[in-house]
Design a protein around this ligand. Structure first.
Ligand SMILES: Nc1ncnc2c1ncn2[C@@H]1O[C@H](COP(=O)(O)OP(=O)(O)OP(=O)(O)O)[C@@H](O)[C@H]1O
Length: 662
């Protein structure tokens, strides 16, 4: 991408503004009206994003071990002599300078990802690491983390947002509190230009293979753009071109090259790039069997391999040649390993290696690139609690509003089922047969509002867990803000649907004809639905698997419904199951509904053929072992269960967020 003139940039921004207004993106709280305040003059001030601080990354004599017997255990592999310990990286040293693009290459299993994880200090909990990683001569610290960006192989986006909306969301949470709204918007537009995303700025991101959206290359550039908002000095990209065709690969690497040209240090891993892409790398690091086979300028690698006795054939892609030469071919393991050892040994004695070692020793003198402040403590979040809340509520609402089919389906379900139930129990008579029917419909009302409520949320966290963990780890928002927003966004639906359902059933069936009783019935079904939703969140937060969540959701419901007071009289519950009664919100809801229905019924028809009759509503309540004295306790218990379930779900989510940081 060439650099646009400032006038061109200003023109582009003007176009963005017009389009944005029609697309409605500036309805985002905190973004409202700000795009409209941009002026071409202001845009002329900055046409490119220049990096604030130049950083030089060095790593020296890195050894990485993993305990193969206990891969999940932190700090495993203490005894390096046992065969159970795998030695993944063996004395890897190197340097990445500001303004350069370094590609880490090697065949599969060479150790590229392990090196990148070691350099970024991520996903290393199961590794035992030796050696030093430094930035401008200083050990990695939180301050350096905040100046670096790690673009992982799998892009994670909220598919329903447009490119511009995604960036505005990122800008509102990843930039310092003191940056004004106008400046954030300005930077978003600038980043869109810089990453060549103008064409698709108002296109929904989508999900490949599921919903239409932007292309694979645009997704990758959007991932870069998201990181660019924090103007990182150090950028790491894991396989940025995987799954892309050669033209998109070229495009993406050109973007990386451009980012480096602005003074950043860019390090990426890459698999067999086409030759014209390979030529774009300033430096390459070839890894083989966990050792360095070559590190230096990409154009000097051919000469090094020639000196080692391996000539790259003419018209052959040099990248393919290096990977092929350093690969361990099945069936020829011993020969290949000997060849790799020979090349790595030669590299260690080469001028390239000596030059790097010399630079590493000078790097401790900070290379004139400035000392880094080592700030510790303070909040890891750039945005305030309220800013996080507003941005997340906005995203949750957009998600819900742009997927009206989901709400419509739930509405239709509620209407159809309520009409069906209404017809089955239509205008039930207040006689001895009607008692069972009334009691049945009261229990059905609780259950039928509970089931959809649980099913609606049970997939919430497994579906969003990856994106939540990444954004939380990036310091975008706190777990409590995310959780509260999720709960609040679902709440209106958990109120509206039971309200509609109960309204239809109540009057069709002919439940107690009084507005007070009707409103209480609505309140109880709404409360029961919300306890169910909270219970759904507990299941949802307890697993990362969608299928497990769905299976687990229905498992505890059977006993809870069984001891809900309808199928078995509360006095007949076996003593060892009484505890289930106490946590069954179906039981509490059913008791309040029954008291509400029967308390004021003074006459129930009794014919001689009926035998023993319940003459009043109070008789019915006595036969069910229900008492109106329990109503306050029942409502309190349901509220308590709801709060308890929400708290438990939050704690489970908190544990997941802590685990993701380790
Ligand atoms: N947690 C682990 N436990 C045991 N072995 C591991 C672990 N992580 C990585 N390895 C091994 O270390 C070696 C290097 O893995 P790494 O993922 O870094 O390779 P890579 O070069 O990135 O491969 P690819 O290109 O296929 O992703 C591989 O042999 C791998 O099996």
């Amino acid at each position: 991408m060439g650099t646009r003139s400032s006038d061109e940039t200003a023109l582009l921004i003007d176009r963005h503004e017009n389009r944005s207004r029609t697309a409605g993106y500036n309805s985002i709280p905190g973004a409202a009206g700000s795009a409209g305040m941009l002026t071409a003059a202001r845009m002329r001030r900055r046409s490119t994003i220049i990096v604030d601080k130049r950083l030089q990354l060095t790593w020296e004599n890195i050894h990485v071990y993993v305990d193969s017997k206990d891969k999940g255990c932190c700090g495993g592999g203490k005894d390096k002599t046992t065969p159970a310990t795998t030695h993944i990286l063996r004395g890897v040293s190197g340097i990445a300078k500001s303004g350069t693009l370094l590609a880490i290459m090697g065949s599969s299993g060479a150790g590229k990802t392990t090196l990148l994880n070691t350099l970024t200090q991520r996903n290393c909990s199961q590794f035992d690491i030796e050696g030093a990683v430094k930035v401008n001569g200083q050990p990695w610290n939180r301050n350096i983390s905040s100046m670096s960006a790690y673009i992982q192989q799998n892009d994670l986006f909220v598919e329903i947002l447009t490119v511009r909306e995604h960036l505005i969301f990122q800008a509102s949470l990843r930039m310092d509190k003191h940056i004004t709204r106008d400046n954030r918007m300005e930077l978003v537009e600038e980043v869109i230009n810089e990453m060549g995303l103008s064409k698709c700025a108002d296109t929904r991101i989508g999900t490949p293979g599921r919903t239409t959206g932007i292309s694979g290359g645009e997704r990758k550039r959007l991932a870069f753009a998201s990181e660019l908002l924090t103007n990182p000095s150090l950028m790491f990209c894991d396989e940025p071109t995987s799954g892309l065709d050669s033209s998109m690969t070229h495009n993406v690497v050109a973007s990386l090259k451009q980012l480096a040209a602005k003074g950043r240090t860019v390090v990426c891993t890459i698999h067999q790039p086409p030759s014209e892409v390979f030529a774009m790398f300033d430096q390459i690091l070839l890894l083989a069997e966990g050792r360095v086979a070559y590190m230096g300028p990409s154009q000097n690698a051919v000469a090094f391999f020639h000196s080692a006795g391996y000539d790259c054939p003419k018209n052959f892609n040099p990248a393919d040649f290096y990977i092929y030469t350093l690969a361990i071919q099945p069936g020829y393991e011993e020969e290949c390993k000997a060849k790799v050892k020979d090349i790595c040994d030669r590299y260690q004695q080469s001028d390239h290696c000596t030059a790097i070692n010399n630079q590493l020793h000078h790097a401790d003198g900070h290379m004139g690139l400035g000392l880094l402040e080592n700030r510790s403590g303070g909040s890891p979040y750039k945005a305030s609690w309220w800013q996080q809340f507003v941005a997340l509520m906005w995203r949750c609402s957009v998600n819900a509003i742009r997927q009206p089919k989901i709400f419509t389906a739930r509405l239709v379900q509620a209407l159809v089922i309520s009409l069906l139930v209404g017809l089955v129990y239509l205008q039930t008579a207040y006689d001895q047969k009607g008692i069972q029917d009334f009691n049945g419909v009261l229990f059905v009302m609780i259950i039928q509002n509970a089931m959809p409520a649980i099913n609606a949320v049970v997939q919430t966290f497994p579906l969003e867990l990856d994106i939540f963990k990444r954004e939380h780890r990036n310091g975008m928002y706190r777990t409590d803000v995310y959780f509260i927003c999720k709960v609040l966004a679902e709440m209106p639906i958990s109120i509206i649907l039971p309200l509609i359902y109960t309204s239809v059933v109540y009057w069709m069936v002919g439940l107690y004809p009084g507005w007070k009783q009707y409103l209480i019935a609505v309140g109880v079904t709404v409360l029961a639905a919300n306890v169910s939703t909270a219970f759904g969140y507990v299941i949802s937060a307890s697993t990362s698997s969608l299928q497990t969540a769905v299976t687990l959701a229905n498992l505890p419901l059977v006993p809870l419904i069984l001891f809900g007071g309808f199928f078995i009289n509360t006095k007949s519950v076996p003593v060892y199951f009484i505890w289930l009664e106490y946590i069954s919100w179906f039981k509490y809801g059913n008791e309040v509904m029954a008291v509400n229905q029967w308390r004021d019924v003074t006459n129930i028809t009794c014919s001689p053929s009926d035998g023993a009759c319940a003459g009043t509503g109070m008789d019915v309540l006595r036969s069910l072992n229900y008492s109106e004295d329990n109503v306050i306790f029942d409502i309190g218990a349901m509220l308590g269960l709801m709060m308890g379930f929400l708290l438990l779900a939050f704690v489970l989510l908190l544990i997941r967020s802590y685990k993701s940081k380790s």
